[in-house]
Write a protein of this length. Structure first.
Length: 213
């Protein structure tokens, strides 16, 4: 059974020296262990993870936001993370004072392909290769921010301290401009709709027994 995972999204899931680690990963491993399910967990770009997990009948994915567009492809097993995303910039950008989405229109942004932040940006007028650059993973977005390739990115403030060092920044280099109520979301462990119902039942029972619902 394969798990498709979102890029390096510390501290929820990240690639350790020998295996995938992080808070969400610990929950997923606990569910798999209690359900007595043998699985291989691997990291991959988010768009690829979505593609693989929506096409392979034995695939799981986490931590994925539950949206109407995704309902036809996944069964939702249990919440394994909570994200409250916001607009972040480099602190040295004293020219930027942002208060809500109406103040973003003249700026550029990087986001991961097919994630909820990217869809939110589309809804607010951002267009690929015009004022929005798409990345395979969060480190790419952070690198563009660091190098002033874009004006802002969308990130969970709780992740700043862990993620900034991946690109040679510190938390003090970053400023949270505002949080986005629409992007206060729960990240789930989800299964392909065609997953064997016996395995699915074991996973749901394990998650329930662990109190993850």
């Amino acid at each position: 059974m394969g798990d498709g995972l979102h890029g390096k999204f510390s501290p929820y899931q990240l690639q350790g020296k020998h295996q995938v680690e992080g808070l969400s990963t610990e929950k997923v491993r606990a569910i798999l262990q209690l359900a007595d399910i043998d699985a291989t967990i691997e990291m991959m770009p988010w768009a690829r993870a979505l593609q693989v997990s929506s096409r392979q009948s034995n695939a799981l994915i986490y931590a994925i936001a539950r949206t109407p567009e995704r309902e036809p492809y996944f069964t939702w097993i249990a919440p394994v993370a909570n994200f409250k995303l916001g607009v972040i910039t480099l602190r040295k950008r004293q020219d930027l004072t942002l208060t809500d989405e109406m103040t973003l229109g003249h700026l550029t942004v990087a986001s991961q392909r097919d994630d909820i932040a990217s869809f939110w940006l589309e809804k607010h007028g951002f267009v690929e290769n015009r004022n929005k650059l798409l990345c395979a993973d969060i480190v790419c977005s952070w690198t563009l921010l660091k190098n002033s390739g874009v004006d802002f990115i969308i990130e969970d403030p709780k992740l700043i301290a862990a993620t900034a060092p991946l690109v040679g920044l510190t938390a003090d280099d970053i400023m949270l401009q505002f949080t986005i109520d629409e992007l206060d979301v729960v990240g789930y462990l989800a299964a392909n709709k065609q997953l064997n119902p016996i395995i699915l039942d074991k996973l749901i029972r394990a998650a329930t027994d662990l109190g993850f619902h």
